[in-house]
Structures are given as C-alpha cells and as structure tokens.
Write a protein that binds this ligand. Structure first.
Ligand code: ATP
Ligand code: MG
Length: 268
C-alpha cells in the first residue's frame, strides 16, 4: 500500500503532539534540520536512526531541555510554548532517560515523590500517603511488584524502569518520551517494558520510543520515523513497511513506498 496524502488525510483525530519544521544547530552542525514528527493518543512512535542522527536532540526540544532555532510544537492542536522542562511538564510531557535518574538509596515511593513529596497537615512527610499512592500506581503498571520497602538500587533493571515510568504517570504524563528504555535490559525485562508500554497505550498516553533496536521498535511501535543527519527520512506505519525497508531508510536514507518521505529522503 502506498502511504500518500490520502492516507494522512484519513487521520482525522487531532495529534497529541505535532513538531513542525524543527531545527537546531550546535556551532555549525545542524543537529536537527527541519524535522517534523507527530504522535497520536495511545500511539507509540519509534524514532530510529544511526548515532548522531538527531533523535535525542529532537526529543530534548520537546522536553524543553534545548531551545529550538526554528519550527513549532503543537500540543492537542494548539501551539505550545515550551522553553524549559517545567513548561514541558505543564503540557503533560515527561521524559524517561536511559539513566532513569532514580535515587538509588531510597525506596520506590520516595522515588515517585522525589522533589514533590506529600506532606501531612503538620508539615512532616506523609509516608503512608506516598506509599499508598505508590502501591496504587505500581499495582497497575507492574502487578507483581512487591519490593516497596527496598532501596531501588536492589531492584532489577525492569523493576527500576517501572518505577521511573510510574513516577512519570503519577504526575499525569500524557506524552511520554523514552530514550533507549531497553538498552541495558535482558530479554525478559525488555518484554516487561513492552507490557508496561501496552498498559500506557490503553490509557491514551502517547509514547516516543527512541531505540537502536529495530526489532524492539517493530514489536512495540505503531509508526516509525527515521532520521539521518538531522533530517527526517520518512515516517511509516509498522504494518506498511518491512524491517528491511526500515533498515534501508536508516542506512541509505531510502524511503520505501509504504512510507511518507521527509526532507532527508535520498533522491534516487
Ligand atoms: N549539546 C550538544 N553540543 C554540541 N553538539 C551536540 C550536542 N548534542 C548533540 N550534538 C550533536 O548533534 C548531533 C545529533 O546528536 P543526537 O545526540 O541528537 O543523536 P542521536 O540520534 O540521539 O544519536 P545516538 O543514537 O548516538 O544517541 C550529533 O552530531 C551530535 O554530536
Ligand atoms: Mg541519542
């Protein structure tokens, strides 16, 4: 099937996120060059590309970590003002970095409320309320999780990942950015992260998934956007392209018939 204008026009829902024509340069290097990507509610969009393609930089613009030189960001169809991470959070955008940024020496509940602790009317930490909230949100994401009293450094990689995700959704993330969530995980834990992602999709949360692993992305993503040298090669539904075709996009910048080409598509 040819993904052309008709295909795009049949999509009548308003995107959760639309990044249009985004550019940023560091010194003389165009790290992101007129890139456009979109994300719909309940959708997982895989961002693929070689090292240095501009994936993380693009997503850091969405999370407010980097200012953009040009382009606009629409959230739910309206232009968003995102100039710092706090702005991004106010739009429900949460990022889970590869490092997870957990406080290793404290338990899951303390991590969920890090910097946003619940207090009793007397101004002391409301540990009971925080633990109850932690059990509720973790219970939904990862029902087998029992290790609420242990410091998170004792947890497995997959469990740590679920704590990081729980922290994001506890504060009403609608848009989740996951940069290489499975890079440090074994197969079983990778599968666990896959289950977490499916739960989030059911709630209508949109997820940008950055990964080097094209197999993971194919399993989890509804669409992929491939970047090369800061430019978008193209975007496609994972059902409309093969893995080999996506590899061709990543390596050669070659846009297959099932994908919508971007400015970075090789002219053949
Ligand atoms: N803070 C920065 N200062 C200068 N150059 C940067 C900075 N951040 C990124 N770059 C450059 O921008 C380009 C895109 O980098 P980016 O990290 O976005 O790529 P990536 O696709 O995420 O790669 P990887 O798969 O290795 O994570 C690269 O050339 C990189 O060296
Ligand atoms: Mg990166």
């Amino acid at each position: 099937m040819n993904a052309t204008a008709e295909n795009i026009q049949t999509e009548t829902r308003t995107p959760l996120v639309e990044m249009r024509d985004i550019s940023i340069a560091f010194g003389g290097i165009k790290a992101v060059d007129h890139a456009s990507v979109s994300l719909y509610p309940g959708e997982v969009v895989g961002l693929l590309g070689h090292n240095g393609a501009g994936k993380s930089t693009l997503i850091k613009i969405l999370s407010g970590a980097y200012p953009r030189d040009g382009g606009s960001i629409m959230i739910n169809g309206e232009e968003a003002n995102i100039n710092n991470p706090r702005d991004a959070k106010s739009y429900g955008i949460e990022t889970i970095y590869q490092t997870l940024a957990l406080a290793d020496n404290v338990d899951a509940a303390a991590n969920l409320f890090l910097g946003r602790e619940l207090l009793t009317p007397w101004g002391t930490l409301d540990d009971a309320a925080m633990e109850a909230a932690a059990r509720k949100v973790m219970g939904r994401l990862n029902p087998n999780f029992r290790r609420f009293k242990e410091p998170v450094k004792a947890l497995s990689g997959g469990q740590r990942q679920s704590v990081a995700i729980a922290r994001a959704i506890l504060f009403n993330a609608r848009i989740l950015i996951m940069d290489e969530p499975t890079a440090a995980l074994g197969p079983q834990e990778t599968a666990q992260v896959g289950e977490l992602i499916k739960e989030l999709k059911k709630d209508g949360i949109g997820i940008f998934l950055i990964s080097h692993d094209i197999h993971d992305v194919f399993d989890l993503a509804d669409r992929v956007t491939v970047m090369k040298n800061g430019q978008v090669v193209g975007s496609a539904r994972t059902t409309d392209v093969t893995k080999d075709e996506v590899l061709g996009m990543i390596i050669l910048g070659k846009c297959p018939p099932g994908a919508v080409p971007g400015p970075g598509a090789a002219r053949l």
